[in-house]
Design a binder for this molecule. Structure first.
Ligand code: SF4
Length: 524
């Protein structure tokens, strides 16, 4: 039986651990060390971005600095991860010739993940490999994995969550989630698990270390012998540590075009609301990560998480997305009452299409405050716009027009400015006083052959998209600032026009749209 080394380098800073990854990999390629299983931990807790990621884009730097969380860059690709002090890193550093041949990356990932699956079994946790790179327990991720290579050696690594701090992870990472309302937070918690949640207690580190050793021995059919870092490794470690501690390494700018664009969409279907949050690689045009959330039912219950996993690294091409989703539904016999695979495809394509709004000069952030109604919504920006519908809740609380349509542009609230903008570009501003009023206005617009309109707000849109779509008038709905009646659970009052709080229109986006329309109309 082959003998491999088993080392535990203890709890270290992110820079030290990232340095060790490079050192071990290089030393193995140079035949300075044997094939090795490496255990590591982080102190302080750390956020690690993938090699190709942009720190500012992936990490909430103010928060992590305030909390004393380390930030660093992995030598492996993939997404940003949060490593709390209880989590354990496991790594396989070996020559490619040391492992059995494999047919695909998926097969390699599965083979490399077997050690941790065996270890979990020894602890009494039944885990399995999930495409593309996770180890899961009942549909919940307990270990994410990834790897890289150097000459003819490779490093394959994973995390084992022991007593995971989900709240801190959510605050530290810019996870592509629509809005951090309680439901979405819970839906992240439903996707992750850790040893403490599975076992009801937190096993001590030595116990976990013992089962990991046994697990890797069984999975790789090798004998592991305890060892330490060699002199060569220590020397190289001290040589390389300054680089892995430097801002140049951590904030390595790989170009704005490689940044992930976060885009969202919301679709209301008879079976419930589908919210899609996507991180896209704009240059290579593929999905970096995706969350599909909503109040729908799905059987088997973990199917959506597996689908998210399957969609990772899928190209943004419509036919490819369709193929992945339709095959997944068929293969896994997924059932979503009153939601079809096509509905999921549409929601994803709608989120991807948000990127095209950047061609009109909107920023990444702005495109997610714009919600299209009908497939022709973009025509509004091409000049097909006749009305600006504004919510009465944005009017000043003391305004005499608060409960009636109209505004004399006194300057006391954002509605006056929006009226001015609308008049400047020759479209009709109207304030919508309640739900019935909206329906009356839409009916009148439809009758007059209205080509399109701009409206506010997104929360209303989410609730009444079907009503809006029914009229078939292309529209762009813009978010409003501050908390809406929906956030405050006052939709019944708002429905009747009795919501007593003042919201604020996003005038910056309205201003941009007005400029676009002005140019279109001038060129017409
Ligand atoms: S700007 Fe218009 S809506 Fe706002 S307080 Fe003045 S009159 Fe009322």
């Amino acid at each position: 039986m082959k003998i491999w080394r088993f080392i535990d380098t203890g709890a270290r800073s992110a820079a030290e651990n990232m340095t060790l990854d490079q050192v071990l990999l290089e030393c193995r390629a140079k035949r300075l060390i044997p094939d090795t299983i490496h255990l590591l931990r982080f102190k302080p807790s750390s956020v690690l971005v993938g090699y190709h990621q942009n720190v500012e884009h992936e990490v909430r730097l103010n928060y992590v600095i305030e909390k004393g969380i380390d930030v660093n860059r992995r030598i492996t690709g993939g997404g940003a991860i949060y490593f709390d002090e209880s989590s354990i890193g496991w790594e396989i550093i070996a020559l490619k010739s040391s492992i059995p041949p494999y047919k695909s990356i998926e097969e390699l990932f599965e083979m490399m993940s077997k050690g941790v699956i065996e270890a979990l079994k020894l602890l009494g946790v039944q885990a399995s490999f999930r495409l593309k790179n996770d180890v899961e327990v009942n549909g919940k991720k307990i270990s994410g994995t990834g790897g890289t290579e150097y000459e003819d050696a490779f490093l394959f690594q994973g995390t084992l969550l022991v007593n995971f701090d989900v709240e801190t992870m959510i605050k530290a990472l810019r996870i592509p989630i629509v809005k951090l309302k309680d439901k979405e937070l819970n839906s992240i918690k439903e996707r992750i698990t850790c040893l403490k949640w599975e076992l009801g207690y937190e096993p001590n580190y030595e116990e976990i270390k013992k089962v990991l050793k046994l697990g890797f021995e069984k999975a790789l059919k090798v004998k592991l012998e305890y060892g330490n870092l060699t002199k060569e490794e220590e020397t190289l470690f001290h040589e390389k540590l300054p680089w892995f501690s430097s801002k140049n390494w951590i904030f390595l700018d790989r170009g704005a075009s490689k940044e992930a664009a976060l885009v969202y969409s919301i679709a209301k279907k008879p079976g419930g609301i589908i919210q899609v949050s996507l991180a896209l690689d704009e240059e290579a045009k593929f999905i970096k990560s995706i969350f599909i959330t909503g109040d729908f039912f799905v059987f088997p219950s973990q199917a959506i998480y597996d689908l998210e996993s399957r969609l990772k690294f899928t190209s943004c091409d419509e036919s490819e997305i369709k193929e992945v989703i339709f095959n997944f539904f068929k293969e896994r016999k997924v059932k979503m009452p009153k939601i079809s695979p096509e509905d999921i495809v549409d929601a994803i394509l709608e989120a991807i299409d948000k990127i095209s709004y950047k061609n009109f000069g909107f920023t990444n952030e702005e495109i997610n405050h714009i919600y299209p109604v009908t497939k022709n919504a973009k025509n509004v920006l091409l000049g097909e716009c006749e009305f600006l519908l504004l919510p009465y809740c944005a009017k000043h609380l003391a305004c005499k027009y608060r409960k009636v349509e109209g505004c004399v542009k006194c300057g006391m609230c954002s509605v006056g400015k929006a009226y001015e903008l609308a008049e400047e570009i020759g479209i009709t501003p109207l304030t919508i006083q309640n739900f019935e009023h909206l329906i009356d206005v839409l009916e009148a617009m439809k009758k007059s052959g209205c080509k399109g309109f701009i409206g506010c707000c997104e929360a209303f849109y989410q609730k009444h998209r079907e009503d809006l779509e029914k009229f078939g008038i292309p529209a762009l709905l813009i978010d409003i600032d501050d908390r809406t009646c929906y956030d405050l659970d006052k939709q019944k009052e708002a429905y009747k026009g009795n919501f007593e709080a003042q919201t604020k229109l996003k005038l910056d986006i309205l201003f941009k749209i007005a400029k676009l329309l002005q140019r279109r109309l001038a060129n017409a």
